[in-house]
Design a binder for this molecule. Structure first.
Ligand SMILES: Cc1cc2nc3c(=O)[nH]c(=O)nc-3n(C[C@H](O)[C@H](O)[C@H](O)COP(=O)(O)OP(=O)(O)OC[C@H]3O[C@@H](n4cnc5c(N)ncnc54)[C@H](O)[C@@H]3O)c2cc1C
Ligand code: SF4
Ligand code: SF4
Length: 373
């Protein structure tokens, strides 16, 4: 699919517009891209707020938010250096089943440990100076971690199924740091907008992006829910298996919570999320939905491919061909999510797709009404 256009005039807005259109509307997904980009935007826990009445009417904060005007096609051209846009999985070169080949990476990890293994390799091979990750604070809330050593990468392993404004950690990097960022798809989109629409040095510092799959994320009051309902005050691990109950591991043991009970705790803006596989990353990693010892690995860019091939050659990860049937299932899941957003239909939450700038032909195709693009 060709084309892709941005309405640059539309983007000349400031923090008061960001507050009104995104934050006050409940569409903010706590990615953290705008936090600290401007000294007047701060995060407290998972909440992001404009704390000063800045009157700038053409601010970077507005341009880089993943919930202001977003044209995936234009951003994809920048990332993939190609005019064509793959509207389901996004541009990619290879698709694998993959897992870390060493226990030190797979053991503490969510699934196959591919993210942890690749981030550790990028640091040890001096491909990057630091990795911006999401770790746990002693108070058990996710927080940004700027890892410079393998043990810090390993300590941040595992999925925290809540939002976290991780990207605010980017503004704490040194001027000449080359940074690998691991983030949710909304964070990847914000980072690409930072690189595409601004001259900010933090965008230039980002050397490599590993994007996670993500279909929804919970608010921090999920932790209050666990405390009130189950008496859990520390979470050691968590999983949301396909069509199953949510599993929570705490020092007191394993617990199961019906998904319906935590559904109201999903961040409202997640229902409007158009990109479940981090289309704009260099490498995307998700579950296989069948074998928790392995991951789905999507290699997207030349840079991403170079790191993955190095990891295979050095036996840091192992890969297998991706079965055609699994690819079909993945594509269906992604199209269903995109369709819900474009049709603005959900049983339990409002949806707002007005931030998506998209060619009409592609819109119709994704809605299931158009011809193949
Ligand atoms: C909120 C959320 C929702 C997800 N939903 C799905 C899904 O629906 N389907 C699916 O296939 N996969 C989903 N994933 C991805 C999956 O949980 C694994 O992260 C992925 O498969 C990588 O596995 P791994 O074993 O290589 O990860 P690991 O090696 O354990 O590495 C995980 C990395 O994720 C980072 N991380 C942890 N929590 C967060 C967070 N909240 N925000 C940003 N980064 C974080 C850490 O920095 C760590 O480096 C989700 C992840 C998150 C965080
Ligand atoms: S979605 Fe991200 S960039 Fe947009 S307002 Fe929220 S934290 Fe800021
Ligand atoms: S569902 Fe989308 S918006 Fe929500 S945390 Fe995941 S990537 Fe971000």
């Amino acid at each position: 699919m060709k084309e892709g256009c941005e309405n640059l005039e539309e983007l000349k807005k400031g923090s008061q517009d960001l507050k009104r259109e995104v934050m006050d509307g409940g569409w903010c997904v706590s990615c953290g891209v705008c936090v600290e980009a401007c000294p007047y935007i701060k995060a407290l826990g998972d909440r992001v707020a404009v704390i000063h009445d800045c009157r700038l009417d053409d601010g970077n904060c507005y341009k880089i938010c993943p919930r202001t005007e977003t044209d995936y096609h234009t951003l994809s051209k920048m990332v993939h250096q190609k005019d064509e846009y793959e509207p389901v999985l996004g541009g990619h070169r290879k698709l694998y089943f993959a897992r870390a080949a060493q226990e030190k990476f797979s053991e503490p990890a969510q699934y196959g440990g591919v993210v942890t293994a690749l981030a550790a390799l990028a640091l040890s091979e001096n491909e990057v100076d630091a990795a911006l990750l999401t770790g746990n604070s002693p108070g058990n809330r996710p927080q940004p971690v700027l890892a410079r050593k393998e043990e810090e990468v390993v300590a941040a392993a595992g999925s925290k199924y809540t939002v976290c404004p991780t990207v605010k950690g980017l503004y704490k990097t040194n001027d000449d740091d080359r940074v690998l960022v691991v983030g949710r798809p909304c964070q990847v989109t914000g980072l690409r907008k930072l690189q595409h629409r601004t001259e900010m040095r933090q965008g230039k510092n980002v050397e490599l992006i590993i994007g996670l799959f993500c279909f929804f994320s919970l608010r921090y009051d999920f932790y209050d829910f666990l405390q009130d309902e189950l008496g859990i005050d520390a979470v050691c691990g968590m999983d949301i298996p396909k069509d199953g109950d949510v599993r929570v591991l705490s020092p007191s043991g394993k617990h199961e919570v019906p998904l319906d009970k935590i559904r109201p705790l999903i961040k409202q803006g997640c229902h409007s999320c158009f990109d479940p596989t981090s289309e704009l990353s260099d490498i995307s990693v998700g579950s296989t939905e069948s074998d928790p010892g392995w991951c789905t690995l999507i290699v997207r860019t030349e840079k991403g491919d170079a790191l993955v091939q190095k990891a295979i050659a050095q036996k840091v990860i192992e890969v297998q061909p991706y079965p055609a049937e699994k690819e079909k299932q993945l594509r269906e899941a992604v199209v269903n999510k995109k369709r819900r957003v474009l049709l603005e239909q959900h049983d339990f939450a409002p949806i707002n797709s007005s931030y998506l700038n998209m060619d009409e032909k592609m819109r119709q195709f994704l809605k299931g009404r158009g011809e193949n693009v």
